[in-house]
Ligand binder design. Structure first.
Ligand SMILES: Cc1cc2nc3c(=O)[nH]c(=O)nc-3n(C[C@H](O)[C@H](O)[C@H](O)COP(=O)(O)OP(=O)(O)OC[C@H]3O[C@@H](n4cnc5c(N)ncnc54)[C@H](O)[C@@H]3O)c2cc1C
Length: 468
């Protein structure tokens, strides 16, 4: 007799969505979270009257993507999503909308004209090669670019690569940029969802509609978008902040799910050739199945694994990010828009004026802006913070004197960067009864959308293994 059907290690959004979905398949569940609060990187909290999120967030693929499927089938409550707006590039001259089709690209005067011409040629070539299955899967963006581009253009492409894979263009594949950018929707295309809308709403249909069926079938639609695409894929910001998404999962959770915080799992118990439970300090909990949603690269600290698997997961690559939240004493004209911006010259940031979505996020008449940077973990953190703050002050002259709150967050946004030679774990571990969920188990899309893919794949694997 075991204590639980399933123990979920980690109470981030992946672990909680795993617990929610498995509980709706009749499982009795225990979630163990090492921190004093659940949510992991998907939460919000108060700093001097401003409500900051754990990093700046845009939730993607909301019309028909994996999170939408989970919300429709398993959530009782779902957040209200506010339209995301546009992506802009900021330069000394102000804001310019980022292009999402060739016509906009040609007039994107943030980059030199000659470079735009060369880049549009290379983009068309990449899409054409992809259409005919001739694009090498792991060719780097850096190697694919023509010679002779300016430093600004290199910096721009690098900033896009960082935002899509977590690493520079030397380690980012051309595929990743094509699928992740707004020129093509990634993995789940709208056309395919329209054609194959599931009419059976039982939970089983969510698992049996294998995701492979939703993989991009028509590259031709991708190439036609090059000319006609008007909007980036459906994305949004949750009203009330990122914690609204977390709360929606928690409110939807049935009583058969028990959540314990302040409970770091120190060992996964392996007995008689199978995983049988977990141990935290003095307590042991037994279960038929364990789902691990912490960093897969930390798994060898918890349980003995085959050496070839340890070798594979040692190739999981991660990126360290710094988010600086600035609470402004007044709303400023530079951030008078809905959406987000990138700065790419001699250093890059991605920024969002999140209180423009929901004024309750900042005190009355004030404004909250989040700026996220990739930082170098080999350099001093204090030096990186200073470099980042100086960049903001340089990019937006006058903001410093109107800043009344500065808050820093250092985080790892994705458990695995999607690099050319990086390893992605998948939902199964090599040990019987131990499954994996989270952003290092699926390489499609990014962030919460990627976490949602991982949960769908977990359900699918458990069903195939006759665990559901
Ligand atoms: C700066 C930044 C910007 C981002 N931008 C976006 C964005 O724009 N769009 C988007 O969709 N996503 C974005 N993300 C990513 C998104 O927040 C994450 O992908 C998502 O929250 C990851 O969820 P997770 O559950 O997989 O991992 P985590 O949030 O890391 O959760 C894992 C949990 O497991 C717990 N844990 C680990 N080990 C143990 C153990 N041994 N015992 C018990 N508990 C354990 C951890 O404490 C943690 O709570 C961003 C993230 C950051 C940091």
């Amino acid at each position: 007799m075991v204590d639980y059907d399933v123990i979920v290690i980690g109470g981030g959004i992946s672990g909680l969505m795993s617990a929610l979905t498995l509980s709706k398949h009749g499982k009795k569940i225990l979630v163990l979270e090492k921190n004093s609060v659940v949510g992991g990187n998907c939460n919000s909290y108060d700093v001097d009257g401003f409500q900051v999120d754990t990093g700046v967030h845009a939730i993607t693929h909301l019309r028909e993507g994996p999170l939408r499927r989970l919300m429709d089938e398993y959530f009782i409550y779902s957040p209200v999503f506010l339209e995301f707006g546009h992506y802009y590039a900021r330069t000394e001259k102000g804001l310019t909308k980022l292009p999402s089709n060739i016509k906009e690209f040609v007039t994107f005067d943030v980059l030199p004209r000659k470079d735009r011409f060369m880049l549009s040629q290379v983009l068309t070539k990449a899409l054409t090669q992809m259409t005919f299955g001739m694009l090498e899967g792991n060719q780097s963006v850096y190697d694919y670019l023509p010679n002779g581009l300016s430093k600004d253009t290199h910096d721009f492409v690098d900033a896009i690569a960082y935002s899509l894979s977590g690493k520079s263009m030397k380690y980012t594949s051309v595929n990743r940029v094509l699928y992740g950018s707004s020129f093509i929707r990634d993995s789940v295309s709208e056309d395919i969802f329209h054609n194959e809308q599931h009419t059976n709403t039982s939970y089983t249909s969510v698992i049996t509609d294998t995701l492979s069926k939703y993989q991009l079938k028509s590259h031709f639609s991708a190439i036609s978008r090059l000319a006609t695409n008007r909007i980036a894929y459906a994305q949004a910001y949750p009203r009330g902040g990122l914690k609204s998404l977390l709360n929606a999962v928690l409110y939807s959770m049935p009583k058969t799910v028990q959540i314990k915080t302040g409970s770091r799992v120190k060992e996964i118990i392996f007995r008689d050739e199978r995983v049988a439970g977990v141990a935290i300090d003095k307590e042991v909990f037994t279960a038929n199945t364990v789902v691990y949603s912490g960093f897969v690269k930390d798994l060898p600290d918890l349980v003995s694994l085959p050496s070839d698997y340890i070798e594979n997961i040692s190739h999981i690559d991660q990126t360290l990010s710094l988010t600086i939240w600035l609470g402004l004493s007044e709303k400023i004209k530079e951030f008078d828009y809905i959406g987000s911006e990138i700065w790419f010259k001699d250093g890059a940031y991605w920024a969002m004026p999140i209180s423009n979505y929901d004024s309750s996020i900042a005190p009355r008449d004030k404004q909250l802006i989040g700026f996220t940077f990739v930082i170098d973990d080999k350099k001093s953190l204090e030096g990186e913070k200073k470099r980042a703050l100086d960049l903001i002050y340089r990019a937006i002259p006058g903001i410093e004197s109107r800043t009344e709150m500065i808050h820093y967050q250092v985080t790892i946004p994705e458990k695995a960067a999607v690099t050319i030679n990086g390893f992605i774990a998948g939902p199964r571990s090599p040990l019987s009864n131990l499954y994996l969920a989270g952003t290092d188990t699926d390489n499609r899309s990014m962030g919460v959308t990627r976490a949602a893919y991982s949960v769908l794949e977990l359900l699918k694997a458990m069903r195939e293994d006759k665990k559901l």
